[in-house]
Ligand binder design. Structure first.
Ligand SMILES: [Mg+2]
Length: 190
């Protein structure tokens, strides 16, 4: 199988990173705890008067570089590769790319090695990329084309209400190795 893996919220703990960075930069305003998040887009989730602050957090030098891996992600990727699957990292960089783009490359190099850097696809439109499965925490991944891949939702608090095939790095084997399982049984195994 050709498996496309989203980066933020799937490989990197973007939500925790944002929460911690916000607390450091803006201690006078409490951030929304990751488990209380209800929308994928941070700018949509925070009140309009905080929009500039939200952007300030994630466009900062070092933000993407310093994100921690999601628990189990690095081992999971190594095991998927060992099973013979073809993995591509499919990530949408910020339009404010100055630090985001090089730091995404640095991050993959640091945690998964140079060979995986060769398998990175940076695109704002993932529907243009071919694959069997896209693992992504974004509730709806849309673009110019009808996607060829099946969207497997990476479980996050803000997408938990959606009926979908979903996985975490604890349940990926049930979802990616035995894809005939129903979405319900996978959800229960979370
Ligand atoms: Mg994501």
């Amino acid at each position: 199988m050709l498996i496309l893996l989203d980066m933020d919220g799937v490989l990197t703990d973007f939500e925790r990173g944002f929460f911690e960075s916000w607390r450091t930069l803006f201690p006078e305003h409490s951030p929304i705890a990751p488990e209380m998040r209800r929308l994928h887009g941070l700018v949509d989730e925070y009140p309009p008067q905080h929009s500039a602050k939200v952007r300030q957090v994630y466009i900062a030098c070092g933000f993407f570089r310093n994100l921690q891996p999601m628990p189990g992600a690095i081992d999971g990727v190594r095991q998927i590769v060992a099973l013979g699957h073809d993995i591509r990292i499919c990530t949408a960089p910020l339009t404010d790319y100055t630090y985001c783009v090089p730091e995404k490359y640095e991050w993959i190099d640091r945690y998964l090695g140079r060979k995986m850097v060769q398998r990175m696809i940076l695109t704002k439109d993932k529907t243009l990329v071919r694959g069997d499965i896209l693992v992504d925490d974004k509730p709806e991944v849309t673009g110019a084309c009808e996607p060829e891949w099946e969207h497997v939702l990476y479980d996050q608090p803000f997408n938990r209400h959606l009926p979908a095939r979903r996985m975490t790095w604890r349940t990926w084997q049930q979802v990616l190795v035995q894809p005939e399982l129903t979405a319900d049984s996978v959800t229960l195994g979370r």
